[in-house]
Ligand binder design. Sequence first.
Ligand code: 1CP
Length: 357
Amino acid sequence: MRTQAKNTDRPMAGKPFLRVLNGETVKPPPVWLMRQAGRYLPEYRETREEAGSFLDLCYTPELAAEVTLQPIRRYGFDAAILFSDILVIPDALGQKVWFQEGVGPKLSPLAGPSDCRALQLDAVEAHLAPVFATLRILARELPTETALIGFAGAPWTVASYMIEGGSSRDFLRAKAWAYEDPEAFGQLIEVLVEATSRYLIAQVEAGAEALQVFDSWAGIWPEPEFRRWCLEPMAAIVQRVKAAHPSVPVILFPRGAGPLYEDVALECGADGLSLDTTVPLGWARKRLQGKVTLQGNLDPVRLIAGGEGLDREVERILKELGEGPFVFNLGHGIDKSTPPENVSRLVERLRAAYVTS
Ligand code: 1CP
């Protein structure tokens, strides 16, 4: 939580995205979109084909940098997010990870605590060297006003894929493991806190100027387990990252946390919170925006539908959150069926909203 928001009448120099994370209000607000590089862009599909497998794309610095830059060239977003995936961490720890065409991520699932003991923390930074090389290219090639975001998955979300062996609807295996053997589950979470902290610190050292931690499946827990498996591990990561790099801003995305967003704002030491689509904006303005910079939360399906409904929704979000420190974004990742021209419309509307006033 920030102690003091800055006065914003006299704009400071610097990248708008970083100024806003530092507590300034900037108009129009900076904008980027979660999953802004991806299959909705024809140029991404082309590079993806060239790379072969999805992990090859993540681990080939020139190609990963290219797909990171594609949406920046097309739309002039205020921030570029490193092209990678949250599942490079289990891959670096020695668990087999692959991406099946048309299905999604697959992992050979952890069967229990003995499999956790085989995870190799020591190899993480060396294994992820290509990711750091990607960041170094981007730090060199991005336009001067564009910020560079590094990211990782939060321990619970990554653990869920490691235990389920891929995506899941109900997280039965992962949740049952946590309830039946919290000690062993806690050890897995601790390995992930350590690996993720080291990974994020190394990303900053390679050129990332801000970090986002994605807890995409935080919303499935009762409160006590949310605190233990989502909030506390994220707080530990923020603490370790800030101990190494005190001024690097960190954004947390505890998707589905509902009223527990407030506890995350108060207790995790983050600079920004990314709001999912369901968070009521009046509540967020009153309860959260004085404490942290807010980011969000356009429904990604609005971006598929487009039209005047999209314009009205952009205006509503700006009216609710645009008078404080705010980054315009989606409430979750952009869908692959999104027409690219609707993204242009969004960015134009957002910036035009401030031209006449
Ligand atoms: O074939 C393809 O091109 C694969 C599609 C794809 C892409 C483009 C995957 C597989 N990952 C990514 C990139 C990615 N993933 C980024 C890149 C940067 C960007 O442009 O934003 C980021 C930040 C992620 C993060 C990620 N991966 C999350 C957290 C955010 C979220 O959307 O909730 C999660 C849960 C994943 C796992 C994952 N990787 C890929 C898919 C399809 C999924 C989701 C599967 C599921 O729903 O369970």
